[in-house]
Design a protein around this ligand. Structure first.
Ligand SMILES: Nc1ncnc2c1ncn2[C@@H]1O[C@H](COP(=O)(O)OP(=O)(O)OP(=O)(O)O)[C@@H](O)[C@H]1O
Ligand SMILES: Cc1cn([C@H]2C[C@H](O)[C@@H](COP(=O)(O)O)O2)c(=O)[nH]c1=O
Length: 211
């Protein structure tokens, strides 16, 4: 009998919607079933990608133009995919990634103005176009995420989180559009309500991968 296949699940959405919380809960639920689970995040997940994360998100210095920013995210992702994500999937692990290429499409594309074709070209070159088996898009009303962020860290955001409401509205709209274009890959989950409620909604969408 061949080993169960590895799976690649990405959690996506705007700032403070609960991706990290749900990633932890999902990992715990899958480990309880005896599965190997690798949790990781973007930008980051490898030493090189974490170094790029610091360059991208700390508020020192003059910041990056939209194209340089997109290239840096793609470079971080290339290292992450090559060194951590592909090897984990190949040995049969479940990879749960807090953000992946759809964040680049939504932030650098929808928010920053790059075309979706350009963002996907960078992903093709950097990561051979790897896509998650399932992208869980968590959605909440902006006032709910603002309240969660205020409770978590007083709303003190990093360089990208601190961009204004119009930028984040474009990001949210881009995520919605990508999910509508690709309903087989995206599961859009209402992320309002308790963490346990949201977790149950996610587990219901993951069920097909567990049989
Ligand atoms: N369903 C929920 N109800 C209430 N609070 C929540 C819920 N889920 C997460 N939180 C809280 O909201 C805050 C943001 O959650 P979390 O850090 O998981 O979001 P995130 O999407 O990973 O954020 P970021 O975009 O900054 O990475 C945390 O303080 C967390 O404890
Ligand atoms: C992967 C990725 C991320 N971003 C942005 C989104 C957030 O503002 C930060 C990451 O911070 P988090 O607290 O870990 O969510 O980076 C982006 O603009 N493009 C991307 O590809």
């Amino acid at each position: 009998m061949s080993a169960a296949p590895g799976r690649f699940i990405a959690l996506e959405g705007g700032e403070g919607v609960g991706k990290s919380t749900q990633g932890r809960m999902l990992a715990e639920a899958l480990r309880a079933r005896g599965l190997e689970v690798v949790t990781t995040r973007e930008p980051g997940g490898t030493a090189g990608a974490e170094a790029i994360r610091t360059m991208l998100l700390t508020t020192d210095g003059e910041g990056w133009g939209a194209r340089a920013e997109a290239l840096l995210f793609a470079a971080a992702r290339a290292d992450h995919v090559e060194k951590l994500i592909r090897p984990a999937i190949a040995r049969g692990a479940w990879v749960i990634c807090d953000r992946f290429v759809d964040s680049s499409r939504a932030y650098q594309g929808g928010g920053g103005g790059l075309s979706d074709t350009d963002v996907l070209d960078l992903h093709r070159i950097g990561s051979e176009g790897l896509l998650p088996d399932l992208t869980v898009l968590l959605t909440v009303r902006p006032e709910v995420s603002a309240q969660r962020l205020a409770m978590r860290d007083g709303g003190a955001g990093d360089r990208i989180e601190s961009r204004g409401a119009p930028y984040h509205a474009r990001v949210a709209e881009a995520f919605r559009a990508f999910a509508a274009q690709d309903p087989d890959r995206f599961a859009v989950i209402d992320a309002e309500g308790s963490p346990a409620d949201v977790h149950s909604r996610i587990m219901a969408r993951i069920a097909g991968f567990l049989t």
